[in-house]
Design a protein around this ligand. Sequence first.
Ligand code: HEM
Length: 171
Amino acid sequence: MRAELLVLRLIHILSAIMWVGSTMYTSFFLVPALSSSPAVMGQVLAGLQRRRSLLVLQIVAALTILSGLRLLWIDSAGFAAGYFASATGRTFGISAGAAILAAVLSFGVAQPAMARAGAVAASLAASANGAERERLTSELNGLRRRGTVASTVAVGFGLLAASGMAIARYV
Ligand code: HEM
């Protein structure tokens, strides 16, 4: 059990650092720095796609959640209600919920919207028809807005989860 706990904690904390850290870096620095030059942004995104960065982040988020669920199962002796009535149990539970919401928003809403925005931007660049360009521009703006809102809220939930996990033992 002790060896399992050590391995789970290592997987959980290293994958959580990578997931939340890279999401924060992307939202706070990378996207704002590149948003003024769409051509450079396109090149950087293509480079990240070649390195399968999205797949890596999805795996890392899944590792965080799965190791977290197993740790929670062990700590709460099989999700016993009494554990979640304590301040520590409640804080771990709420933080876990926030982390899962962050994953759903990030991979279920923001990423698909951004991927679709990339395809619409390519069609827009290739289209010469005025009405078609107007329709594509409005679709692109809507997708970008949805992607930005979803990823900002996801970063908020990720930060909430990380903060809760950090203090749960001491509340
Ligand atoms: C944003 C994602 C997450 C981050 C940044 C994160 C971070 C952390 C950190 C830093 C700790 C160590 C706290 C300490 O030892 O005092 C921890 C522990 C823990 N986390 Fe998370 N976590 C995340 C997601 C999750 C999820 C999704 C779950 C459950 C479904 C979970 C369940 C747990 C549990 C039960 C512990 C205590 C482990 C133990 O008893 O040693 N975490 N987490």
